[in-house]
Design a protein around this ligand. Structure first.
Ligand code: NDP
Ligand code: BG6
Length: 542
C-alpha cells in the first residue's frame, strides 16, 4: 500500500485534476499530510475515524510525515483528546505487534484545536498550528467533516478560506447525509462548490468501502462463470437487504428528519445496486467506474451511430439521451411498490424493548419509517423486468447486509419430479457483506447413496475460514483512498443527483400523504406487507 500511496500523493496530477493537486516532483520526505477531523468530539470521530487512522498507522499505510488535528467547539487539551481517542483504539488481532508502543507513537501525532465552525479566525489559528508541523515540507491537507450537515457549508468556507494548503493539495471528506432531497442536495453541492472544486470533494458512502462491496466488481468481471449470467436472461430477481437488531437509540433526533429510505436505501443500497447492475467499465479508473454507474454508454454509442446514419435525429434529442443516467434508467419509484414500517415496543424474555417514538428526541406522532421495502426496476436491455427488491430496517431480528441473487429455473429440468422442495429450488448466489463475510452459491446436488435424491447445498467462500487476515474497516480503506487521491469509492455529484431524482418524488409523496407506516414489534422480522410486496413479484425474501 505504501508504494501506491506514494504514487497517489506525489506523482504529477492528471489533466482531470484541477486545484486539488499541484505539480509535485518531490519525494515523501519533502511533503506532509495534515488531517483535521472537524467535529472531533463527536460519536463518529471516536467510533470510526480515529480508530481507522490508527489502524492505517499500525499497518504503516500513513505517510511518514503526518499530523492529526481534532477540531470542535468543545474545550479540550491535546492530552484530553489523546485520552478520549486512546479509549477506542485497537490493534489488529492478527498482528498485535508492539501494540502499546504504536498507540503511543500515534497519539503523539494527535493534537486538538477548539474553535467555532463558522469562524474564519478560528480556522486561521488552526492554520498557524498546522504550519508549525509542516515547516520545510510541501503541506497537503485533508479535512474530514464529521459534523451535522447544517454545518458543512460554514466549515468548508472557513477551512478553505483560512486553512487551505498553500502549495499542496486540499481535500475535504464530507459525511452523509448529502441533503434530504434533490433540491437540498443540489443546494449543498452548489454551496460547497463556491469554495471547492468537485475533485476536492470526497463524499463518503462507507458501504462502498466494505470488503465484499468492493469485491463485487472482482466477482463479476474476473470470473467467466458469472458475467455471462448477469442479466435478465438468467437472473430472476436481486435482493438487497440491510437489517439491524437495534433501534435508533441515541440518534433519534437525526433519524426522525431522515428516515430509513434516506438513511440506508437512497445511498448504501442504491450504490450497491449500481455496482451490481452497471455495464463493464472501460478500466478500473475512478472516472470510468463512476461513468458506468451513471452514464448509459451503450445508448450513447447507439445514438451516435443512429445520428450519423440518419441525419434527421435532432441534436437536442441526442444530447438529452446522452444525459440519461443508468440510475435514471431506473423506473421512478412508485408508492404502490413500497412498504414502510415503524417499530413498536415489544416485551421479550422479561425485557421491554422501546418503540421508536419512545425516544425523547422523536415526536410522539412521528410517521418516520424505520423500515422500508421497495421493488425497483431498471428499464434497460440487460435488466428489463427483473425486480430489484430492497429491504432496510432498524430493530429487526438480526443484523445483516446481504445481496441475494436468485437465478431462473432450469428449462426442462430433468429432475423436476424428483424430491419435493426441489421442484422450485433454483440457484442462488448470496454475497454476505456483514457480519461474517461470505460468498455462498446454492446449488442442487445429489444426496450420496444408491437412490436418487437431490439436496440443496452451499459452495461456501467463508472469509474467516479462507483468510487469516482481519478485514479492514470501511473507513480505513476510504481514508487511505482520500489521502491517495483515489476517488473510485466516493460519490460524484452527478451520481448523487441521479440517486436523489429516483427517490425524491416518492419521499415527497410519502410525506405529503402522511403515509402511516405498518407497525412491527421491536426484534421481529418487520412488517408483513414486505412479504406481500415480494410475493407480487413471485419472490420470497431470503
Ligand atoms: P454528532 O452529533 O456527534 O456531532 C459531531 C460534533 O459536531 C459534536 O461532537 C459537536 O461538537 C458538533 N455538533 C453537534 N451538533 C451541533 C450543532 N447543532 N451545532 C454545532 N455543532 C454541533 O455527530 P456524529 O459524530 O454522530 O456524526 C457526524 C456526521 O457523520 C454527521 O453528518 C452524521 O450524519 C454522519 N454519520 C454518523 C454516523 C454515526 O454512526 N455516528 C454514521 C454515518 C454518518 P462540539 O459541540 O464539540 O462542537
Ligand atoms: C449509517 C446509517 O450510514 O450506516 C446508520 O446512518 C447505520 O443508521 C449505519 O446504522 C450502518 O453502518 P454499518 O457499517 O454499521 O453497517
Amino acid at each position: 500500500p505504501f508504494k501506491k500511496l506514494e504514487d497517489g500523493l506525489f506523482s504529477a496530477p492528471s489533466s482531470k485534476e484541477s486545484k486539488d493537486t499541484t505539480v509535485f516532483n518531490v519525494n515523501e520526505s519533502e511533503s506532509t499530510v495534515s488531517i483535521t477531523v472537524v467535529g472531533a468530539s463527536g460519536d463518529l470521530a471516536k467510533k470510526k475515524i480515529f480508530p481507522a487512522l490508527f489502524a492505517l498507522f499500525y499497518e504503516d499505510c500513513l505517510p511518514k510525515h503526518f499530523t492529526i488535528y481534532g477540531y470542535a467547539r468543545s474545550k479540550m487539551t491535546d492530552a484530553e483528546l489523546r485520552d478520549m481517542v486512546s479509549k477506542t483504539l485497537t490493534c489488529r488481532i492478527d498482528k498485535r505487534e508492539n501494540c502499546g508502543e504504536k498507540m503511543d507513537q500515534f497519539l503523539q501525532r494527535c493534537f486538538y484545536h477548539s474553535g467555532q465552525y463558522d469562524s474564519q479566525d478560528h480556522f486561521a489559528e488552526l492554520d498557524k498550528k498546522l504550519k508549525e508541523h509542516e515547516v520545510g515540507r510541501v503541506p497537503n491537507r485533508l479535512f474530514y467533516l464529521s459534523v451535522p450537515p447544517n454545518i458543512f457549508t460554514d466549515a468548508v468556507r472557513c477551512a478553505s478560506l483560512s486553512a487551505s494548503s498553500g502549495n499542496g493539495w486540499t481535500r475535504v471528506i464530507v459525511e452523509k447525509p448529502f441533503g434530504r432531497d434533490s433540491e437540498s442536495s443540489a443546494a449543498l453541492t452548489k454551496a460547497l462548490k463556491q469554495y471547492l472544486e468537485e475533485d476536492q470533494i470526497f463524499r463518503i458512502d462507507h458501504y462502498l468501502g466494505k470488503e465484499l462491496v468492493e469485491n463485487l466488481s472482482v466477482l463479476r468481471f474476473s470470473n467467466l462463470i458469472f458475467e455471462p449470467l448477469w442479466s435478465r436472461q438468467y437472473i430472476r430477481n436481486v435482493q438487497l437487504i440491510f437489517s439491524e437488531d437495534f433501534g435508533t437509540e441515541g440518534r433519534g433526533g437525526y433519524f426522525d428528519n431522515y428516515g430509513i429510505i434516506r438513511d440506508i436505501m437512497q445511498n448504501h443500497l442504491l450504490q450497491i445496486l449500481a455496482l451490481f447492475a452497471m455495464e463493464t467499465p472501460v478500466s478500473l479508473d475512478a472516472e470510468d467506474i463512476r461513468n458506468e454507474k451513471v452514464l448509459r454508454i451503450p445508448e450513447m454509442k447507439l445514438l451516435l451511430v443512429l445520428c450519423i446514419a440518419f441525419h434527421f435525429i435532432p441534436v437536442f434529442i441526442l444530447l438529452a439521451w446522452c444525459q440519461v443516467k443508468v440510475l435514471r434508467s431506473m423506473r421512478p419509484l412508485q408508492l404502490e411498490n413500497v412498504v414502510t414500517g415503524q417499530y413498536k415496543s415489544h416485551v421479550r424474555g422479561g425485557i421491554t424493548y422501546p418503540a421508536y417514538t419512545d425516544d425523547k428526541t422523536v415526536p410522539k406522532d412521528s410517521l418516520t419509517p424505520t423500515f422500508a421495502a421497495a421493488a425497483l426496476f431498471i428499464d434497460n436491455a440487460r435488466w428489463d423486468g427483473v425486480p430489484f427488491l430492497m429491504k432496510a430496517g432498524k430493530a429487526l431480528h438480526n443484523k445483516r447486509a446481504e445481496i441475494r441473487v436468485q437465478f431462473r429455473h432450469v428449462p426442462g429440468n430433468l429432475y423436476r419430479n424428483i424430491g419435493t422442495e426441489l421442484d422450485h429450488a433454483t440457484n442462488e448466489l448470496v454475497i454476505r457483506v456483514q457480519p461474517d463475510e461470505a460468498i455462498v452459491l446454492k446449488i442442487n446436488n445429489k444426496v450420496p447413496g444408491l437412490g436418487m435424491r437431490l439436496d440443496r447445498s452451499n459452495l461456501n467462500l467463508h472469509y474467516a475460514a479462507r483468510y487469516s487476515k482481519e478485514i479492514p474497516d470501511a473507513y480505513e480503506r476510504l481514508l487511505l483512498d482520500a489521502i491517495e487521491g483515489e476517488r473510485r469509492l466516493f460519490i460524484r455529484s452527478d451520481e448523487l443527483d441521479a440517486a436523489w431524482s429516483l427517490f425524491t418524488p416518492l419521499l415527497k409523496e410519502i410525506e405529503e400523504k402522511k403515509v402511516i407506516p405498518e407497525y412491527y414489534p421491536y426484534g421481529s422480522r418487520g412488517p408483513v406487507g414486505a412479504h406481500y410486496l415480494a410475493a407480487r413479484y413471485k419472490v420470497r425474501w431470503g
